[in-house]
Design a binder for this molecule. Structure first.
Ligand SMILES: *Cc1c(COP(=O)(O)O)cnc(C)c1O
Length: 228
């Protein structure tokens, strides 16, 4: 018996897809221009299979110790795996083995640890929009030098910038800052034009500022199982 008022997965997914399509059109782009990464962290592999059966192909995980066995158990799916969490340099080599895209690259030691071996991996350079260095991300003035470092590191391909809107303030303004940084970046690296930004609470704002990759968890999956 389901005593909760939470709608079933397919309804939540359809509702989010509808909102994405609307905001994408409003931003003057086509639905195909936007990739939705469904964030499945803390959820079992069975949920990924349900989402896959509903047509989703891009999934996001954020903790190595959880992602590695989960992704291994889903190797039969033709899915694209995004590692979206903060990444310790000493885990970089393992994470790159099962990830197609790594979103939170934000420092020289991590760039060095990810580069130079194995199949090529796509990365986003994360920008920190807060004054808190604990939040992860390069400072805005580090974007161009770090992008150049990624571009000259074998085995890495820079897709563009990634950001998380700060807890405080208007998300749309934060995303507008990322868009401005992206314009500076693409002036020197036209191919690094993707923008990974927008989560459950702010993806429409992100789309209006040019997001190409949304990272959406709870709006689609419902609340995450508690993780202690
Ligand atoms: C968990 C997480 C998300 C998804 O958050 P929701 O609010 O559940 O959509 C997106 N990006 C990152 C970096 C995350 O860690």
């Amino acid at each position: 018996m389901n005593g909760s008022a939470t709608p079933p997965l397919h309804e939540r997914l359809a509702a989010v897809r509808g909102r994405i399509d609307n905001a994408t059109r409003q931003s003057g782009r086509r639905p195909d221009d936007v990739t939705t990464v469904v964030v499945t962290k803390f959820h079992p592999a069975s949920l990924v299979r349900e989402l896959y059966a509903l047509g989703e192909r891009h999934f996001g995980e954020s903790r190595h110790q959880e992602a590695q066995p989960k992704i291994a158990s889903l190797a039969d799916l033709d899915a694209t795996w995004h590692f979206i969490g903060q990444l310790q340099s000493k885990k970089a080599r393992q994470v790159r083995e099962y990830s197609d895209v790594i979103h939170a690259v934000d420092r020289e030691s991590l760039i060095a640890a990810l580069g130079g071996f194995g199949r090529p991996v796509d990365v986003f350079l994360q920008v920190n929009l807060t004054d808190d260095p604990e939040r992860g991300g390069a400072q805005p003035n580090e974007v161009i030098p770090f992008a150049e470092r990624i571009a000259t590191t074998p085995g890495l391909s820079l897709l563009g910038l990634m950001a998380v809107a700060p807890l405080e303030g208007e998300p749309r303004r934060a995303f507008a800052r990322v868009r401005a940084l992206s314009e500076q970046l693409t002036a020197v690296m036209p191919q690094a034009s993707s923008l990974s930004m927008g989560m459950s609470g702010d993806f429409e704002d992100a789309l209006l500022e040019g997001a190409t990759h949304l990272r959406i968890g709870t709006a689609i999956t419902g609340n995450r199982p508690s993780h202690g």
